[in-house]
Design a protein around this ligand. Structure first.
Ligand code: 5GP
Ligand code: MN
Length: 316
């Protein structure tokens, strides 16, 4: 039986559905999950459907209509779910504490990461630009009517994961989806302005600090920047304000790989990696228990900053 038919059957049999995405949610997780939430709510008004995340969504995504419906885990009152749909999450632990709500529930895993561990009872895992691009096709196959709110959410997911249609994960199909979304009413300039051109003063300062304090490891063509918790605080910035730094570091003509390290409140180090040409940063992230894609990956580690940098340099 075609996977999508199984998915449809499972949705139709379920009464209480949870949609979940990864910690530190980005535009793709939110876009794909929100489009699914709004679509299922419209098609199946009798069902209870919740989109639950461990963390708040970034400020520059909260303009999406319907995003106010996304619940943080502490707002969940009566779980009792009979179906969990996980989006943009390569492994089950990527959902963070939401794991406790989905552990014993039938799982549909919808994702586009090369490192996906196929943890679902049904796995729809494809190498494609974004989970949002996949979601567009899935929603059409589920005969869900696309509203403008859903189209905007998906468009934002595409913009997020393709770097506004610039990365190597863009295909002719990606543009076709974008074109269909625009035909359905999406204003691309509005989405891009809201998403990229609404940086806080603190975010600009973080970027400036990164660009003036970055370090280049010549023999590995690696550009890196480490942001301590103390420095983040002194800039009056929050985690959200560090989004996009790793993409700037790879813009240097000499860089082939960029690494951004951020110390979180719990002392752990969050790492983000990008690759311009052939270096496989998914493999590097995996050395620290993380993953992602060949050209964009991440991890969280308990090692020290020096140990992390040493290990990355040794393995490039
Ligand atoms: P970012 O560097 O923007 O956080 O993430 C880049 C890519 O790697 C995204 O596709 C993201 O989902 C994935 N990623 C980031 N952090 C982790 C992690 O800790 N574990 C895994 N498996 N993937 C990650
Ligand atoms: Mn994604």
């Amino acid at each position: 039986m075609k996977l999508i038919i199984k998915v449809k059957e499972k949705i139709e049999k379920s009464k209480n559905i949870i949609i979940a995405g990864h910690i530190n949610p980005d535009g793709d997780t939110v876009g794909a999950g929100l489009a699914l939430l709004l679509g299922l709510e419209k098609k199946y008004p009798e069902k209870k459907i919740e989109f639950v995340l461990q963390d708040s969504i970034p400020k520059n995504i909260s303009f999406l209509k319907g995003s106010e419906k996304i619940k943080k885990i502490e707002e969940v009152i009566n779980p009792n779910y009979d179906l969990a749909i996980l989006v943009d999450s390569a492994t089950i632990d990527r959902v963070g504490t939401v794991f406790n709500l989905v552990e014993d529930v039938f799982k549909i895993n919808i994702d586009h990461h090369i490192s996906n561990s196929k943890y679902g009872d049904i796995n729809i895992v494809k190498e494609i630009s974004s989970t949002s691009e996949m979601m567009y096709t899935i929603l059409k196959e589920l005969d869900v009517e696309m509203t403008l709110e859903m189209c905007e959410a998906i468009y934002l997911g595409l913009v997020n994961d393709t770097g506004n249609f610039a990365h190597s994960n863009v295909t002719d199909k990606t543009f076709l989806v974008a074109s269909e979304l625009m035909a359905l009413g999406v204003n691309n300039n509005k989405i891009v302005n809201e998403f990229f051109k609404t940086k806080s003063f603190e975010k600009m300062k973080v970027l400036g600090t990164a660009l003036s304090e970055m370090v280049f490891v010549e023999n590995k063509k690696l550009m890196y920047f480490n942001l301590s918790a103390k420095k983040l605080k002194s800039l009056n910035a929050v985690k959200d304000d560090t989004e996009g730094v790793v993409e700037e570091l790879i813009n240097y003509s000499g860089s082939e790989v960029s690494l951004f390290l951020r110390e979180d409140e719990n002392g752990k180090i969050k790492g983000s990696l990008r690759s311009k040409y052939n270096a496989d940063v998914n493999k590097i992230a995996a050395l620290f228990g993380g993953g992602g894609h060949i050209k964009a990956a991440g991890f969280t580690s308990e090692l020290s900053v020096d140990e992390i940098i040493k290990k990355v340099v040794e393995n490039l």
